[in-house]
Design a protein around this ligand. Sequence first.
Ligand SMILES: Nc1ncnc2c1ncn2[C@@H]1O[C@H](COP(=O)(O)OP(=O)(O)O)[C@@H](O)[C@H]1O
Ligand SMILES: [Mg+2]
Length: 424
Amino acid sequence: MKILVVGGGGREHALAWKIAQSPLVETVFCAPGNPGIAHLAKCVDIAADNIDALLDFARDEVIDLTVVGPEIPLTLGIVDRFQAAGLDIFGPNQAAAQIEGSKGFSKRLMEKYGIPTAAYASFTDRDQAVAYIEEQGAPIVVKADGLAAGKGVIVATSVEQAIGAVDDIMLDKVFGAAGASVVIEEFMDGEEASFFAFTDGTNILPLASSQDHKRIFDNDEGPNTGGMGAYSPAPVVTDDLYGEIVETIVKPTIAGMAKDGCPYSGILYVGLMIKDGKPRVVEFNARFGDPEAQPLLMRMKSDIVPVLQACARKELRQEAIDWYDTAAVCVVMASGGYPGSYDKGFEITGLEDVMAMDDVVVFHAGTSLQDGRVVNAGCRVLGVTGMGESVAAAIAKAYDGVAKIRWDGAQFRKDIGRKALNRG
Ligand SMILES: Nc1ncnc2c1ncn2[C@@H]1O[C@H](COP(=O)(O)OP(=O)(O)O)[C@@H](O)[C@H]1O
Ligand SMILES: [Mg+2]
């Protein structure tokens, strides 16, 4: 088979890495890819949101399956376009991708089908939103309805802060059209976890548990980021909780989407808040998590290609995925200054030393090639992922890798995976 992966971050590197191991696969292409992906796939210089060019490329190359990494092409309708051209593609269509593309859409779905989540109200009028905030009090959460690159959510500790957030979103339009509508939500206390399930719109195939680290600094301090590290399995998701998430969240969500006339196929990402052993949904995403994809795909023993193809063809019959009985931990190395502004173009050294290590893989995210040298070119630069017999062993492996890699200003958290250790 010839497979095209769309995207060029750590998630797409992990997908291309896993797909390339399949005996079914002849060639992996990645658009646009990155210097790390170039070691195992043919990178094609087409942006992930240039759907016309991607479609032309897939037709010309007679691609057997296209796998979409990021959310933007999904919400732009890449799946509808490929399907109309008779091409197999993994991911939800435009209507179903609203589950991520509109927070109001996903809240209405959860309300309709009794899926546990925070109480909320949706507003297109600024004064009504403010009145609701004053009535509810703080803490309270303000969310721009549309995609805002992970910056559209403000967890407000005071009524004034929440009103300020509404004004930023609705009056000053800091997130553009994404802020035409806001969701105001009850603050949920607890521990976050990520849960993923493959689905063809009817059948589901859940993945192993995982947990992200969203804050920039150790001990979950500082502002939110795209994710500073992740590990799998996550002990906060006990066997009982795993079953409860599948039964009370994943199944009714997929059934509800189908019932409402927009069946969801691809991978469903459920962001969870867990409190006293009970799960509630923070949000849904329409694609794999990044960085969670990195430890999850490293632990996946089953061939991923038949699963991706079955989801695309609406014929998912597989009942379970085999996992290595190990833990995997991914430490994200980011540019200095992130999540604020940062400088690019610093040479990254030590990558070859890590490539020679066993049980450690460096997934590239924001790197580029400059005069034959790999340099930092984005906010999150690398995901150093280690595998080991236990979470402790995997943490040690990942940080052994991190210690070999250097560039000016590189920053990373020192406590990735510690939450899992604290749970014993
Ligand atoms: N209702 C809530 N209660 C507490 N924290 C929340 C709530 N909603 C969101 N958050 C926090 O804000 C983060 C971002 O919110 P989320 O809905 O996942 O939006 P996005 O990922 O699109 O920015 C979450 O990971 C969580 O830490
Ligand atoms: Mg989120």
